[in-house]
Design a protein around this ligand. Structure first.
Ligand code: NAD
Length: 283
């Protein structure tokens, strides 16, 4: 058996090209284009690639980009001041703080200062609270991208056993709630889970969001499962890989996401969709 590829890259392109058309039409009515501000602190090379990618995609669909890149030793109060300015700025519909930030900054405090209706990364407690309550609100981009991919390929969730490996606030926890909303039976595994392979081998749908290459091997996967790889790891030769042993699991699974070209492009597409939803309300 060999798996079918869940092609996030193609889906993201389709979403962005539809979004560009919608923006083209609506901006004449609204009198301005949507605007996204991506804030980055320091010069983490991986973050720089992600931020550059987000800014380029933003311009590609006809959104304005109001990013600000701060030096690594910037004071917390200056970042907060910038956020307060962006909260008030009528041209800005979305604000995103690229994580991680240097250790001297308190990321949580900064994230809490972003106005909930501009919190396009869905990390403000108001938006996380709405997610817990299954109310409408801005949702975290990566889990939202995973949900879009599952929907695009008509993967049934109702009553399915889903195992998510990784319990972060950015991926594992919000994704578990989104899957619960769709009536999946969700288990979250993490670094302290006993007998990880026993847990994962039960999953109809297995999601890995850890950041450790080769963590999920074929014997940990139920034959015929849907396998989603959120992890991004750079090997010493520069190659990007996920958390799943792709070549091996490809032989066991029914569906699998590649890395790169799976969940990553959808994260950016969801960021722009979130910004567009805020714009439709704010503009
Ligand atoms: P994180 O470090 O905050 O969380 C990692 C999680 O993995 C933790 O909950 C931890 O308990 C768990 N874990 C660690 N070692 C484990 C082990 N041996 N067995 C089982 N669980 C273990 O990371 P994060 O921010 O959630 O990101 C996870 C991965 O996803 C990273 O590789 C990151 O680069 C990637 N990521 C990708 C996208 C994307 O757009 N594709 C977006 C966000 C994060």
């Amino acid at each position: 058996m060999s798996a079918k590829i869940l092609d996030g890259k193609t889906l993201a392109k389709k979403i962005l090209s539809e979004l560009a058309k919608e923006i083209e039409q609506i901006r004449l009515i609204k009198g301005r284009s949507p605007g996204l501000a991506v804030l980055m602190v320091g010069d983490n090379p991986a973050s720089a690639v992600y931020v550059n990618n987000k800014e380029r995609s933003c311009l590609g669909v006809g959104m304005n980009s109001y990013g600000n890149h701060f030096p690594g030793d910037i004071d917390q109060s200056i970042v907060i001041e910038e956020i307060e300015k962006l909260n008030q700025d009528p041209k800005v519909d979305g604000i995103l703080l690229q994580l991680p930030v240097p250790a001297h900054l308190n990321a949580t405090e900064i994230l809490y200062r972003i106005a909930p209706n501009k919190d396009v990364d869905g990390l403000h407690p108001v938006n996380l609270g709405k997610l817990v309550r299954a109310e409408e609100g801005l949702r975290s981009c990566t889990p939202l991208g995973v949900m879009k991919l599952l929907e695009e390929y008509d993967i049934e969730l109702d009553g399915k056993r889903v195992v998510i490996v990784g319990r972060s606030i950015l991926v594992g926890k919000p994704l578990s709630l989104m899957l619960l909303e769709k009536n999946a039976t969700v288990t979250i595994a993490h670094s302290r889970t006993a007998n990880l392979s026993e847990v994962t081998a039960n999953a109809d749908i297995l999601v890995a969001a850890v950041g450790r290459s080769g963590l999920i091997t074929p014997s940990m996967v139920k034959p015929g499962a849907v396998v989603i790889d959120v992890g991004i790891n750079r090997l010493s030769d520069g190659t990007l890989v996920g958390d799943i042993d792709f070549a091996g699991v490809f032989q066991v699974a029914n569906y699998i996401t590649p890395v790169p070209g799976g969940v990553g492009p959808l994260t950016v597409a969801m960021l722009l969709l979130n910004t567009f939803s805020s714009y439709k309300i704010l503009a």
